[in-house]
Design a protein around this ligand. Sequence first.
Ligand SMILES: C[S@@+](CC[C@H](N)C(=O)[O-])C[C@H]1O[C@@H](n2cnc3c(N)ncnc32)[C@H](O)[C@@H]1O
Length: 470
Amino acid sequence: MRYYPVFLDLEAKIVIIVGGGAEAAQKLRLMAKTPARIVVITPFAERELSTEIDAAGACLVSREFDADDLHGASLVFACGLDVADETAVHAAATQRNIPVNVVDRQDKSSFLTPSIVDRGALTIAIGTEGAAPVLGQGIKAHLEAMLPPSIGSLVEKAAGLRPRVSRALEKGSSRRNFWRSLFFGDIRGSFERDAGAGFELAVDDALSGGERAVTGSVSLVGAGPGDADLLTLKAQRRLQDADVIVYDRLVGPGILEYARRDAERIDVGKTPGKLSVSQTRINQILVHHAGAGRKVVRLKGGDPYVFGRGGEEQAALVAAGIPVEVVPGITAAVACAASIRLPLTWRGENRSFTMITGTAGDGAADHDWTALAKPGAAFSIYMGVRQAGHIQRRLVAAGIANDTPVVVVENGTRANQKTAVGSIATLTRTLALGGISGPAIIYVGLDPARSDLLNARIEVQATALERVAS
Ligand SMILES: C[S@@+](CC[C@H](N)C(=O)[O-])C[C@H]1O[C@@H](n2cnc3c(N)ncnc32)[C@H](O)[C@@H]1O
């Protein structure tokens, strides 16, 4: 280890940046996160740098660098200078024993700038001694994915709690267990759900010896449309932390892989038209497990609040006094459109985009068909395949143009994704020829020529026709 990592206190210290271009702007952005007094020295500041100087409240000295500028400085950066100027800054800093970094010149730098994961009070610096900055940046990206932005605030809370914890808990295992729970366990879970009263309560409980009953919680987590890469980072974290996962039929394969191996998995998948676990029973399962102190993830396809009955589950949990949070997911209408590059809005053509359900209870859902049939209306139909005949008749009766385009995406973002294109006049035939039985999104009023579907149209329909014919 040639370079020894340290964290410098820059409170009220002077940092000098010599240079007027993009590299200087980059260093200024970094230094602006510290409380240092920043002085930029350059005869000409490019626009990006001027903006950063204003934003950071830094001081600009508009002239060439002079060695005496370093008087009282704690750090010096030389950014994007010619060799003579770099040498002058390096010599002046070295003479005065001031740490200096000359961008891209390790031989003229007494310190290197690391890749930094900045989570407020939690700062992680990654260095490769200048040998592999891309590796450093890759590791930084992994760490950033692991550490939620809120972790910095948790560290600040921990700093404030130190005297109280020392008073309340003996040094040794009980104190250590408290900190473990705060950073990795239940107290952290409470903080992420509710950094205010919920967190305080969890801390009080732990410091008073945990006399109160352990409380579980439920996270209503959106799993997205199926592709595991579309899961949010927060959803991944909740899955990793969960004791129990109650999941739906539409949760994509591979997503449960994020769960701990010892987590209990409960399948409550509802298949349309088949006997399934009732909503009341699902609510009971959630209340039961969380009531027993477990961390429960209720994992739902797409987004919990979009045709997902997330609201009902939330109400049941609130009524039972169970802490509940919601982690949004990418809803099917948004994800399926992206998977075929079909824009949902188009300037000057549709100013709204509606999501409707084709099914209500066990039958067809009713809607304001006249509004949906208007020229320019664009909408997506969830759970519409079994009700397609009804939807087609209603829209035609309401006066929709027969040639209004229809695009269908089945199993969007999954390996078995299928698409079909037709019009309102051919809706049921398009589904039959495409062999589409759901889960599918039916888009009405969006122009398929703007997607990448024109080839798929021929492929899907020709294949289906052959199948029908054979
Ligand atoms: C009970 S709703 C759940 C919707 C979900 N909460 C969401 O936000 O996407 C089920 C319907 O969502 C649609 N759906 C869900 N995942 C889909 C996918 N991967 N491809 C196409 N449609 C999907 C289908 O219309 C399916 O019948």
